[in-house]
Ligand binder design. Structure first.
Ligand code: CAA
Length: 258
């Protein structure tokens, strides 16, 4: 399979869906797969027509983690100098909203990739796990940090120290996923949610995402200052004028992303 096919891209209106496509390896995240994903993200982030993204895998596996075969013989200095995991953070740095549509295994780096997205929609058969301790390592792409913020230290401790998976129902109860749907519907529901977000004013969505991210990355004082700055900044956009005018004129706004 050529590298381009490792992640498939499809566009419907203002929504781009990226599908991890290494089915034989349960979408294990290889360096080539990450680079292909980054190329798509760069392209869609620069494309004004795209206002929201969906990241998905197959019904059987969202992704079964970092590619174990690609790193099994690596030394610490090779891992460090290769900065392979740092490349993954391109996903977390995307300014447009991303919904993860997760089914089957979201293990190790797969769970970490899903947590870099903004919203997680799961199928009833999704399973989330940080099983790295079974391999003699630990999570390295946010599994100790994002998971702890998402579900709290006790639950994160249990998941990371035992490596045991949790079900979609448990993930919902813990607040790791937003919603669960039957396997036939989870992807369409994630795309519908992305389409709903894509109807909103794009710069407002982008700055709101940035502010929500700040809530877990900065202090309350810094987060509130960023929120206020972003709120004021939006009054310089055409979409703010259009949105408020449309409300007053009792019609639907037409947002242009400017
Ligand atoms: N890396 C490379 N190959 C993988 C893989 C991975 N993470 N996960 C699965 N595969 C491959 C298997 O080697 C197998 O390939 P072959 O057919 O060539 O043997 C194929 O995918 C199918 O897998 P299984 O036969 O194991 O399928 P299964 O249904 O019996 O089990 C599973 C599914 C429980 C997910 C099991 O594959 C598994 O435990 N995978 C590894 C999960 C894991 O440990 N992930 C963490 C990786 S480390 C990490 O992610 C570090 C980080 O934080 C950045």
């Amino acid at each position: 399979m050529s590298d381009e096919q490792l992640v498939l891209a499809a566009v419907d209106g203002h929504v781009a869906t990226l599908t991890l496509n290494r089915p034989k390896a349960l979408n294990a995240i290889s360096p080539a797969l990450i680079e292909t994903l980054i190329a798509h993200l760069d392209r869609f982030e620069a494309d004004e027509q795209i206002r929201a993204l969906v990241l998905t895998g197959s019904d059987r596996a969202f992704a079964a983690g970092a590619d174990i075969k690609a790193m099994s013989t690596a030394s610490a200095s090779e891992m460090l100098l290769g900065r392979s995991i740092e490349r993954w953070t391109r996903l977390a740095a995307c300014r447009k909203p991303i919904i993860a549509a997760v089914s089957g295994y979201a293990f190790g780096g797969g769970c970490e990739l899903a947590m870099m997205c903004d919203i997680i929609i799961a199928s009833e058969s999704a399973q989330f796990s940080q099983p790295e301790v079974n391999l003699g390592v630990m999570p390295g792409a946010g599994g100790t940090q994002r998971l702890t913020r998402a579900i709290g230290p006790q639950r994160a401790m249990e998941m990371v120290l035992t490596g045991n998976p949790i079900t979609a129902q448990e993930a919902l109860q813990y607040g790791l996923v937003n919603r669960i749907f039957p396997i036939e519907r989870y992807l369409a529901e994630a795309q519908a949610l992305a389409a709903t977000i894509a109807e909103k004013a794009p710069i407002a969505v982008m700055l709101a995402k940035e502010a929500i991210r700040a809530a877990s990355e900065t202090t309350l004082r810094e987060g509130l200052a960023l929120e206020l700055r972003n709120f004021y900044l939006l009054f310089d956009t055409e979409d703010q004028k259009e949105g408020m005018r449309a409300f007053i004129e009792k019609r639907k706004p037409i947002f242009k992303g400017r």
